[in-house]
Design a protein. Structure first.
Length: 556
């Protein structure tokens, strides 16, 4: 009997131990550390990714999500080497610097057929991945981005000390595009109408001169613009816009770089990446002169100033501009008060993309790759496109042809499309067609993908007669307008300033402070100090008086 009880006890312990092991296995979680810009993803999609990850791997995952505000902040953290980051989303020039510093792992996302030295994006997935549930989404990415990045950066040489020094690699093997956009001009078109400058011919002659109150002929565009122009407090963006203006205004006529190449003959992508002392001096001079026309510099974007009348025009990124335009709808005018314009002559196009730093935990690599590939699903791209406002690297055709993606856009933009979603409010009550923001998917598609609408005469017309383009999808706009005024080659990509970066920063700091009289500031500062000292003295006197009264009472 005792032997039987002992055996039973042993069996119970074995069962209990086995149960604990099973429970531990069920509770086992993978991890992922994401380093991204603030407000640069639809938060719900992080939660959805956890479910997607479980579906594909059978395991749960914990996500640590950390944000940065500038590429420089991100570069400093990664360069220190003390951060355990698995995946990061820098801008193109920062990716260039990371590659040169030999700080990234190649991914070969666009070589999943194994054509690149036998490497594949999926080679690190391991046996946990359910291959039947995995779909490789590289085909959803806009090919124009890949071509543009390849042309702009070519082969990048690794300059860091180590075994890879001197090796040349392609950026396309190291990053996966996420969002992209253009640099352009955000303006209040009704203020422009009042100033009598809302004219396609006039503004398309002025182009980048709008930011300098120059009509394209060296004359004032409008007296009403003086003191009503905002400039972005950004070295790189201001440099590009000013170089474009100098080119258009003829200020670079007869000038050559150190190799004897005329500035005016350079492709736009090379011109904005030319940072020699001569061109830098020209930029510094133009920006200094511009200050007489400015309302000020802005860090975020000047939507409120444009709508309130403090300013009429602003140098802006397309995503911020698109958001600002959509927020500027005026019921009385039955129109958007603001408009976004990329000058027809030249422009800048930029990209942000996902990369894997060498600090990535090897055990997290499969999760990193699944996360990146997940973001290129059309429905996920549609949600991020709505949330962020910038152009998704997932091409529009992939989104328009996917029912789930169309449903995401229809619901978020309140489109009357019962075939895609329930068309109900937050209480579950039906929304009538006339109370929806768009009466049909066709109406919304025309607006969202083509920046157009059907007028009372049944004609399809653009919301903005100054620039008949949709800057949410610049590659499509460029293709449509290639025979008229725009092709994709007129949009250049900026690289890292390299050895001239310090000189550019110095020039920018000079420009920002030029013309500022320090004497009034010192006077106001001295006055403020005097006021504070006076208040402190009065407080001391009052305390002493109160103390004296207390002592007198005590004596009484």
């Amino acid at each position: 009997m005792k032997k039987f009880l002992s055996l039973l006890a042993i069996l119970l312990l074995v069962c209990l131990f086995g149960t604990l092991l099973t429970a531990c296995k069920e509770e086992e979680k993978d991890s992922l550390v994401i380093y991204n810009w603030a407000d640069y993803i639809f938060d719900d999609k992080l939660t959805d990714f956890k479910q997607y990850y479980r579906d594909v791997t059978g395991k749960n995952i914990d996500i640590t999500y950390v944000t940065f505000d500038t590429n420089e902040t991100m570069l400093t953290r990664l360069t220190k080497g003390d951060s355990n980051v698995d995946v990061v989303c820098p801008s193109e020039y920062a990716i260039q610097k990371l590659i040169e510093s030999d700080m990234l792992l190649p991914m070969y996302y666009f070589d999943d057929d194994g054509s690149n030295e036998g490497k594949k994006f999926t080679e690190d997935f391991g046996s946990d991945i359910d291959r039947e549930k995995y779909v490789h989404n590289s085909g959803n990415v806009e090919q124009g981005i890949i071509d543009k990045v390849s042309d702009a950066f070519g082969n990048i040489e690794i300059t860091a000390q180590g075994g890879n020094k001197g090796k040349t690699v392609s950026m396309v093997d190291y990053f996966v595009p996420y969002m992209y956009g253009t640099l352009g001009i955000l303006y209040n078109k009704y203020a422009f109408m009042e100033a009598e400058i809302y004219d396609a011919e006039l503004l398309n002659r002025a182009n980048w001169g709008i930011l300098f109150n120059d009509n394209g002929n060296g004359e004032l565009l409008s007296e009403k613009l003086t003191g009503n122009i905002l400039m972005k407090d950004s070295i790189r963006d201001s440099y590009a816009a000013t170089v474009f203006y100098l080119l258009e205004s003829g200020a670079l006529e007869g000038l050559t770089d150190e190799n004897g190449v005329a500035y005016k003959d350079m492709p736009v992508g090379e011109l904005i990446n030319t940072v020699d002392d001569q061109l830098l001096d020209k930029v510094k001079e133009a920006l200094t002169d511009q200050k007489a026309q400015l309302f000020g510099y802005e860090v975020d974007f000047g939507k409120d100033d444009l709508l309130s009348g403090n300013a009429m025009v602003d140098l802006a990124w397309s995503g911020d501009a698109m958001y600002a335009v959509e927020e500027s709808w005026n019921d009385e005018l039955e129109d958007y008060e603001l408009a976004y314009y990329v000058p027809h002559s030249t422009g800048n196009i930029w990209f942000d993309g996902w990369v894997v730093p060498k600090t990535c935990n090897p055990a997290h690599l499969a999760a990193v790759k699944l996360f990146i590939n997940y973001l290129n699903r059309p429905d996920v791209a549609a949600a991020n496109l709505y949330e962020i406002g910038y152009s998704s690297a997932v091409k529009s055709e992939a989104i328009k042809s996917d029912d789930d993606a169309r449903a995401v856009l229809a619901e978020n933009y309140v489109v009357y499309a019962p075939e895609l979603w329930d068309v109900t409010d937050e209480n579950g009550d039906p929304i009538p067609q006339d109370e929806c923001d768009f009466a049909s998917w066709e109406e919304f598609e025309l607006y969202f993908f083509h920046n157009s609408y059907v007028d009372d005469d049944g004609e399809t017309v653009s919301y903005d007669e100054i620039s008949d383009s949709n800057w949410r999808y610049p590659f499509e706009s460029a293709a449509l307008n290639a025979d008229n005024y725009r092709n994709i080659d007129s949009l250049g990509v900026m690289r890292d300033f390299g050895a001239q970066n310090k000189a550019v920063v110095t020039a920018w700091n000079y420009t920002r402070s030029a013309g500022v009289n320090a004497l009034p500031l010192l006077g106001y500062t001295a006055l403020a100090v005097a006021v504070v000292v006076g208040l402190v003295y009065v407080i001391i006197l009052v305390k002493r008086a109160r103390s004296h009264k207390v002592k007198l009472r005590d004596r009484e």
